[in-house]
Ligand binder design. Structure first.
Ligand SMILES: [Fe+2]
Length: 322
């Protein structure tokens, strides 16, 4: 029997650019189709969904994740042989947090990066351990039309570079690294991707994994990437999420970057994560001349953009009053 237990679902927006708290749902229960459809739409629209007071088991978290797609195994995270799809972050005085206090989207070094990640808090520190999220659709929207046009159609190289230091320098370590390099060669993704649910354009580069822009000199590539990485750091595009035990956050890995704040050591923080398989990112169409590119966008005016809190493009005529 198809019981409709979750029909009271509600979404409360928490940030101007992204984020919603979800109420009226019990993640221990199977989802009916209507609720599932509402969650898929809301996940695209809000980019980060926060479920509070969900006293569920690891198996129930996995079942919730599987509703949205196949669970994937992180190539470099230590995982249980019996449950390789589950990542446990149990950080404490003997196990300091590592490698997540940098802006990133998860696993973009893969040809098909995850569509989403579900992270659930079990034990949280008294103070600290928040996670920051930033909307990369808002970040794209905040760029000038000139820069949006310039980066549309570019492609960037993503590499698992931070994980290279996990391999020892001895023969065995080098051989193991070569194996991983063969299995996970650098991935090439569009710098601006089209979101498959919302149709929004998303800036898809991140400082943890994106190493170069194709077809540019190294200094040009470095300069442009630094510029684009800074877009993730603009507070207007962000929310700061404070965990409580039994909070589950399901973020859209296609649309956001996140940063796990490492300010709680040596307190304990225990989290469990499952990751949902994604598709190969699709870029935006670029016409031959920039006027056509511009016409693909919605009919926003400069005034609309200013209301969005975007940084106003430099306009020499205006600033000099000429
Ligand atoms: Fe992450």
């Amino acid at each position: 029997m198809n019981e409709l237990r979750n029909t009271q679902i509600e979404f409360k927006r928490i940030g101007a650019s992204l984020g919603a708290e979800v109420s009226g749902i019990d993640l221990a229960e199977p989802l009916d189709e209507a609720t599932f459809d509402a969650l898929v739409q809301a996940h695209g629209e809000h980019e980060v969904l926060i479920f509070r007071d969900q006293d569920i088991t690891t198996e129930q978290q996995k079942a919730f994740g599987r509703r949205f797609g196949k669970l994937t195994v992180h190539p470099f995270a230590p995982s249980d042989g019996d449950a390789p799809e589950l990542i446990v972050f149990d950080n404490n005085a003997d196990n300091p947090p590592w490698g997540t206090d940098i802006w990133h989207s998860d696993e973009t070094f893969r040809a098909e990066p995850p569509m989403g990640t579900m992270l659930r808090a079990l034990i949280v520190p008294d103070v600290g351990g928040d996670t920051m999220f930033t909307s990369m659709s808002a970040a794209f929207e905040g760029l000038s039309d000139r820069l949006q046009n310039f980066i549309s159609g570019l492609e960037a190289v993503h590499d698992f570079k931070p994980f290279r230091q996990l391999f020892s320098g001895d023969t065995e370590g080098r051989r193991s690294l070569r194996d991983f390099e063969e299995r996970y060669p650098p991935a090439v993704h569009p710098v601006v991707r089209l979101h498959p649910v919302t149709g929004k354009k998303v800036l898809f580069v991140n400082p943890q994994f994106t190493v170069a822009i194709q077809g540019m000199e190294e200094s040009e590539s470095r300069g442009l990437l630094d510029q684009l990485f800074r877009q993730a750091m603009v507070p207007e595009y962000q929310i700061r999420h404070q965990w409580r035990p039994n909070t589950l956050v399901f973020w859209d890995n296609r649309a956001v970057q996140h940063y796990a704040i490492h300010d709680y050591y040596p307190q304990r923080r225990r989290m469990e994560r499952v990751t949902i398989k994604g598709d190969r990112p699709v870029g935006v169409e670029v016409e031959e001349n920039s006027a056509s590119v511009k016409s693909q966008k919605s009919n926003r005016t400069a005034g609309d953009k200013a209301q969005h809190g975007a940084h106003k493009p430099i306009n020499v005529g205006e600033t000099e009053g000429a």
